[in-house]
Design a binder for this molecule. Structure first.
Ligand SMILES: C[S@@+](CC[C@H](N)C(=O)[O-])C[C@H]1O[C@@H](n2cnc3c(N)ncnc32)[C@H](O)[C@@H]1O
Length: 183
């Protein structure tokens, strides 16, 4: 599945406005699926994750303009960013509105938000949802859009970015939600 997700990075990045002065945040960066290609196009990427093991793998890749930040996103962020990206981390956070508010507070005016996750599913994607820290069985776009707007985002759009072929034999569509911070 990680090979399929590599396509997500390419598709997502092609939809962003990137330049070499920007500092971006990758929320739930893992081993750098998004951080690594993003860092080729911007000044700096902060790769945020609670997992020291994941971030250690990313750090070993030696991309010098990626700073790893091992902490919970709710512990407070150290900077303001041109944009926030995330792939498959949103469903691990119980308080979606709280998370979107944090992103909004730490984005520059008109900053870009680009989140990839599962459309609503029946719980079969992870199987052991409790054991894997799953807090949401995917998302309904209209509900997520309402939360994003409540958090201060504008111009919220959804695109189906990939059908992920799971080893359980089923496939699961992933969305890309893009939005712009107010201001
Ligand atoms: C399914 S992994 C996705 C990793 C990577 N984005 C990818 O697509 O390969 C989700 C990541 O989000 C991180 N995560 C979940 N909740 C978090 C939180 N509250 N603060 C920071 N990181 C979190 C997990 O540690 C995990 O590495």
């Amino acid at each position: 599945m990680s090979q399929q997700l590599a396509v997500v990075a390419e598709r997502l990045l092609s939809r962003l406005t990137l330049n070499s002065d920007q500092h971006w945040l990758d929320f739930g960066a893992g081993t750098g699926l998004l951080s690594l290609p993003l860092a080729q196009q911007v000044a700096q990427v902060t790769a945020l994750d609670t997992s020291a093991a994941m971030l250690a793998v990313l750090a070993e890749k030696g991309q010098t303009n990626i700073q790893t930040l091992q902490q919970d996103v709710f512990a407070g962020l150290p900077a303001v960013y041109a944009g926030v990206v995330s792939c498959m981390a949103l469903h691990h956070v119980e308080d979606t509105l709280g998370l979107l508010r944090i992103f909004h507070q730490h984005l520059q005016p008109a900053g870009q938000l680009a989140l990839v996750d599962l459309y609503a599913e029946d719980g079969s994607f992870h199987g052991d949802n409790e054991g894997k820290g799953v807090k949401h069985l995917g998302f309904e776009p209209a509900e997520l859009q309402a939360l994003a707007e409540q958090a201060g985002f504008q111009a919220v759009t959804f695109t189906e970015i990939l059908h992920l072929q799971h080893r359980n034999g089923r496939d699961y569509p992933l969305f890309l939600m893009q939005a712009r911070a107010s201001g």
